[in-house]
Design a protein around this ligand. Structure first.
Ligand code: NAP
Length: 237
């Protein structure tokens, strides 16, 4: 039997790991200028909404779709659910688990970036933003705060008046994160509940820094999910 023709919606560490173990066509959104390319076939760029994805699935005779996009890439996931329902192609969503609070953590869970921007000023003046460059605009009007932002690509306006940008891509270490928090005298960390490496959360706990944690958007009801690459590999085989 020839292998299934699988479209893997990527942009995450897990997607790259899966592409190294199963033959797939990986799809990247094309947001970063120098993406970490997975093994195997790769296509880059949006499909053009649900209709475009349906067309792609048919033209490329795709037999299964794995959505291993970032837990906050909710639009792509919605489109994958709609397009696979329309074409009758099976869909598996690979989502790493979210983070869980540990003793000593000072977490403030919020349901959106807007809510994060509302609670931040009461927690501290010096804010470390690790929510991605596209979220900087949400904090642009918080003149009372100084921001340190870390992202792979530079953010674009609107941006907070007092902002220092670090361009960097993980993995990060706990020791490195602690040093960063201390050097910049960070008083509050803002992050999305992406899951994966806990280095910045471990560092915040060790340094007594409160964390504003943005909850994940919910997954559409009824989709098949895997929480690890191993589980996805066994489901695909
Ligand atoms: P999004 O808001 O869910 O998607 C917006 C549009 O981008 C989609 O409608 C689609 O365009 C296109 N797109 C997204 N992922 C794609 C993929 N893997 N292949 C082809 N087109 C894709 O997504 P996002 O939050 O901007 O994230 C974009 C990419 O960055 C994703 O691949 C995600 O895994 C990765 N990423 C996101 C985050 C985050 O915090 N959101 C963090 C790390 C990495 P069309 O409608 O034209 O098809």
């Amino acid at each position: 039997m020839p292998p299934l023709r699988i479209l893997l919606l990527g942009g995450t560490t897990e997607a790259r790991a899966l592409a190294s173990r199963v033959p797939v066509i990986s799809s990247l959104a094309g947001r970063t200028s120098q993406p970490l390319l997975p093994d195997g076939a790769v296509r880059i760029g949006g499909f053009g909404g649900v209709d475009g994805l349906v067309r792609y699935l048919r033209e490329e005779r795709i037999e299964a779709v794995v959505d291993a996009t970032h837990p906050f890439a909710a639009t792509m996931t919605e489109h994958a659910v709609a397009a696979t329902a329309r074409t009758g192609i099976p869909l598996l969503v690979l989502r790493r688990p979210g983070w869980s609070e540990q003793p000593g953590d000072r977490w403030h869970r919020v349901t959106s970036l807007d809510e994060a921007a509302m609670v931040v000023p009461a927690l501290g003046e010096r804010v470390f933003l690790t929510t991605g460059r596209q979220s900087i605009a949400t904090f642009a009007d918080l003149d009372a705060c100084w921001f340190l932002s870390r992202s792979v690509e530079p953010p674009a306006p609107p941006m907070p008046a007092r902002l220092e940008v670090i361009l960097d891509r993980g993995p990060f270490t706990v020791a490195g994160e602690r040093e960063l928090l201390r050097r910049h005298r960070v008083e509050v960390l803002v992050t999305k509940d992406s899951g994966g490496s806990t280095a910045k959360l471990d560092a915040a706990r060790a340094e007594g820094v409160p964390v504003v944690l943005v909850d994940r958007p919910p997954l559409p009801a009824g989709v098949a999910t895997a929480s690890t690459v191993d589980e996805a590999v066994s489901r695909l085989s």
